[in-house]
Design a protein around this ligand. Structure first.
Ligand code: ATP
Ligand code: MG
Length: 585
């Protein structure tokens, strides 16, 4: 393999991609061998995420390597080496010990992307306690629900968040014993304490207790796109998937500067915003601020980011802008760009190639899978609109349900079915919090059924069709919203589209599209007709939308996913259901 030629074609940085040949790597891969990527706790005391992410580097040659560069909203920059992170997370683990928080106890963290969050996460894992992140913009009710369902014993948060969102419900949270505030410097009461005071009062030495790979490490609530968020339970063993996928799907190399834009309130922000990059010993950029095109391009330029992991919503927002980023910013260090969370429209891949001069590599996974399962790879062909192919060690298939207990595998290419995975990969969720029956229902006939519909092409690339819940049945056809949305997005006026099925007595469901326009376009009946015609021409009349409605913005989860169920509820005048994760702005 001529890796220099590959580097050239993928954007240039003279390192060979970790995965040079998909088929060969896949054929020779075993999870057992992959353990070589990890260290394990000394004296065979097991496997702990924080040891893999921090201590083993701090104890070795990467002690002074930059682990986290934190960029504050106001322009502050704080650097943490692996050695720094070791000491700080040791202190946090000692604080937990002192406060009687032990193995299996739940530590919730409710704050923005501030350094305390990362230190708390690592210290929690060190202590054998369970890290439970809460997205910082949640209101009081979703916070209360999650703290109650998760039986949170300790909460790390800010003074304002505590006062405004938690204090009132304290009497109804019997498990919650201690609150640690990140931004006060004196304890407020016996159980509302200043984190900094606690941290300085304890030692910076800590020995990680024996940790079984199957010990629970993290609880992540799903995005709530299709209904009430579920609490997915994850174990320390997940770090093996994180290490493997960071190498193969994100192509991380030791000298990389990596930026994952996801918030740790969601699984991507924890698995790939904390665990994976640190486990590989790279430099991890953390930006406290939210999306801002100029700021983001500036970060990519100034921090010399080499690998960037972001999401389709952000990419679509960048696509809306009418300026040429390469004329203003130097993105020449950027070697690899990946995206997750929603289908990445082919149009977005083309935009990446034309405007950023980078191919955006889509990959697919879920809160439940704990890590990337299907991906496009640096050295392999990217087919715009495809999620790529299963990671080495992952067996994925398209299946059809025969009955409650049986499925059959669809091997013919281009036939839709449910996207399923063979259980057994290390980061698989081990349960839904308090919902054992629901967990069991995900497994049928030896497969984990993801709830997404997809198809495979003749070369084994997977193509997303839609979520099982969003599939539209119209005049005898099954229509996946993604196909319709992607076609509409090819029209220059369309920035974003969300497609639903609207009950119709004649054809079952009618395909209706909600469309947000690009700057410079105004809603009009002329444009409406034009888009209907455009859809028909692209998709044929059976699949094309029959109705189009303009919207300023589409409703999205806080993790950036279009909430089609909400578009549908609004359209039909039905109750909205759980909207705790709806983005408000
Ligand atoms: P909930 O399960 O509460 O409805 P959610 O499924 O949106 O929420 P997550 O686990 O955060 O919660 O998201 C995983 C889902 O996101 C996948 O099941 C899939 O529908 C979608 N998704 C993720 N990556 C991709 C991708 N590359 N292409 C298409 N869809 C994707
Ligand atoms: Mg889901």
């Amino acid at each position: 393999m001529d890796w220099k030629a590959i580097s050239k074609s993928t954007g240039a940085w003279p390192v060979p991609p970790n995965l040079l040949n998909y088929k060969e790597t896949r054929a020779s891969f075993s999870w057992k061998d992959a353990w070589q990527l990890l260290d394990g706790l000394p004296q065979n005391r097991g496997l702990n995420i924080a040891h893999e992410a921090v201590d083993r580097h701090a104890n070795g040659g990467r002690r002074d390597h930059l682990a986290i560069r934190w960029l504050g909203k106001q322009g502050e920059v704080f650097d943490f080496t692996y050695g720094d992170l070791k000491q700080l997370s040791n202190r946090f683990a000692n604080v937990l010990q002192k406060l009687g928080v032990g193995k299996g106890d739940k530590v919730f963290v409710l704050c923005g992307r501030i350094p305390d969050l990362y230190i708390a996460a690592l210290g929690t894992w060190k202590n054998g306690s369970v890290f439970c992140p809460l997205f910082s913009a949640f209101g009081p009710e979703p916070i209360f629900q999650r703290l109650r369902r998760g039986e949170g014993k300790l909460l790390v948060t800010t003074e304002r968040q505590y006062a405004q969102k938690v204090a009132q419900q304290r009497p109804n949270l019997p498990h919650l014993q201690t609150i640690l505030l990140t931004d006060v410097y004196e304890n407020i009461s016996e159980d509302v304490l200043a984190l900094s005071e606690q941290m300085t009062a304890v030692s910076d030495q800590f020995t990680i207790p024996p940790t079984d790979p199957e010990d629970v490490a993290t609880i992540h609530f799903t995005s709530g796109t299709t209904g009430m968020p579920k609490g997915a339970i994850h174990v320390h063993n997940a770090v093996l998937t994180h290490a493997v996928t960071a190498r193969y799907a994100l192509d991380l190399h030791p000298e990389d500067v990596f930026w994952c834009t996801a918030d740790p309130g969601w699984v991507t922000g924890t698995s790939y915003g904390i665990i994976a990059p640190l486990t590989l010993g790279v430099t991890n950029i953390i930006d406290e601020a939210g999306f801002d095109a100029d700021r983001w391009y500036h970060i990519l330029d100034e921090q010399k980011v080499t690998v960037w992991y972001t999401a389709p919503t952000a990419i679509r927002r960048l696509m809306r802008l009418e300026f040429d980023p390469l004329a203003q910013y130097d993105l020449s260090h950027l070697r690899f760009v990946a995206s997750v969370g929603e289908p990445l429209n082919p149009e977005a891949v083309v935009w990446g190639q034309e405007v950023l001069h980078k191919t955006i590599h889509d990959n697919w996974w879920q809160t439940e899978t704990g890590g990337i399962m299907i991906a496009n790879y640096a050295a392999e062909e990217v087919r715009p609109g495809s999620m790529g192919r299963p990671l080495p060690g992952i067996q994925a298939a398209i299946v059809r349900r025969i009955d409650d207990k049986h499925v059959e595998q669809i091997t013919r290419p281009h036939v839709d079915g449910e996207l399923a995975l063979k259980p057994g990969w290390p980061s698989m969720f081990r349960g839904y919090l308090h919902e054992e029956a629901r967990y069991q229902k995900c497994f049928v006939d030896g497969w984990y059924i993801s709830g997404d519909l997809a198809m495979q092409d003749e070369d084994g690339y997977f193509w997303f069709v839609g979520r099982a819940d969003d599939i539209i049945k119209t005049a005898g056809h099954m229509v996946g919203p993604f196909e319709v949305e992607s076609a509409l997005m090819e029209h220059p006026a369309v920035a974003e589209a969300g497609v639903i099925g609207k009950p119709n007595p004649v054809i079952g469901e009618l395909v209706k599209a909600f469309v947000a326009l690009n700057p410079g376009y105004e809603p009009s009946s002329k444009l409406n007709l034009e888009l209907l015609g455009f859809g028909r021409q692209k998709l044929g009349s059976a699949v094309a939308p029959k109705e189009i409605e303009f919207k300023q913005d589409l409703p999205k989860t806080r993790s950036g996913k279009i909430m089609r169920r909400l578009l549908k509820a609004w359209e039909l005048g039905l109750p909205e259901g759980d909207i705790s994760t709806l983005e408000e702005d």
